[in-house]
Write a protein that binds this ligand. Structure first.
Ligand SMILES: Nc1ncnc2c1ncn2[C@@H]1O[C@H](COP(=O)(O)OP(=O)(O)O)[C@@H](O)[C@H]1O
Ligand SMILES: Nc1ccn([C@H]2C[C@H](O)[C@@H](COP(=O)(O)OP(=O)(O)O)O2)c(=O)n1
Length: 206
């Protein structure tokens, strides 16, 4: 069984996926972390993020490993753990350029499709491009202001700056952001995290 949870930036995808996966006793996988890892490694190596050839060459000599743990995904490059460095403002800023390269998307998709079922997969295109055959699909939204208020608890920046950056990233990611035709769309604005998780679990168990 595969459950896909897609949605816009900071809509609650990883928190909700973690809660759903723990309740079902299966792993979840955060596809965005792989895009973030490719971005971090590119920045650290001083590469031009607009050059997919250079990025892919670097990733082939610096393989990235995603550990889809139920309590939180971790990402490694050899024995260096990248996880804590993946949610910085500089990675936020560069990641959409990296994620727009079809070669990078294929690099991510190959790793995701190699995972053994069952699992929950979260990102932008899990229910559309990567796992169109998934049994249960969800799509999370919330206004940019609400998402910025939530994310402000995790970033040093001000709410208006975070909101502007989220809107900008949604625009840059627009090619990947669309609910699957068979996805249940949830506006999480008026909902608590627990309410979102419970709603999804009820649908999956029905
Ligand atoms: N429905 C909700 N109500 C309140 N806070 C939420 C809700 N969903 C997510 N959050 C909080 O919003 C923040 C961003 O959620 P996160 O799971 O990181 O989103 P994403 O994976 O889409 O970027 C987290 O601090 C999370 O706890
Ligand atoms: N399946 C995916 C997942 C993420 N991405 C891209 C687009 C996003 O801006 C970045 C980071 O995604 P991530 O889900 O980690 O971060 P946010 O929830 O947007 O803060 O990666 C993508 O293109 N496709």
């Amino acid at each position: 069984m595969i459950v896909t949870i897609d949605g816009v930036a900071a809509s609650g995808k990883s928190s909700v996926s973690g809660g759903v996966a723990r309740a079902l006793g299966i792993p979840y996988v955060s596809s965005g972390l792989l895009y973030r890892a490719a971005t971090l490694l590119g920045l650290d190596a001083g590469l031009d993020l607009g050059d997919p050839g250079a990025l892919l060459a670097h990733l082939s000599t610096h393989p990235v490993r995603l550990e889809p743990l139920a309590e939180g995904n971790r990402v490694w490059q050899a024995d260096r753990e990248l996880t804590d460095d993946l949610h910085s403002t500089r990675v936020d800023k560069g990641v959409s350029v990296v994620a727009a390269h079809p070669q990078v998307r294929a690099w991510v998709d190959d790793q995701l499709r190699a995972l053994p079922e069952p699992f929950v997969a979260e990102g932008r295109d899990m229910g559309t491009a990567v796992f169109p055959h998934a049994q249960h699909k969800f799509y999370l939204t919330a206004s940019a202001r609400i998402r910025a208020q939530r994310r402000a608890k995790e970033r040093p920046d001000d709410i208006p700056d975070i909101e502007a950056a989220l809107i900008r990233r949604d625009e840059l990611d627009a090619n990947q952001i669309a609910p699957a035709a068979d996805a249940q769309v949830l506006d999480t604005g008026p909902m608590t995290l627990d309410e979102v998780i419970t709603t999804i679990l009820r649908a999956v168990r029905a």
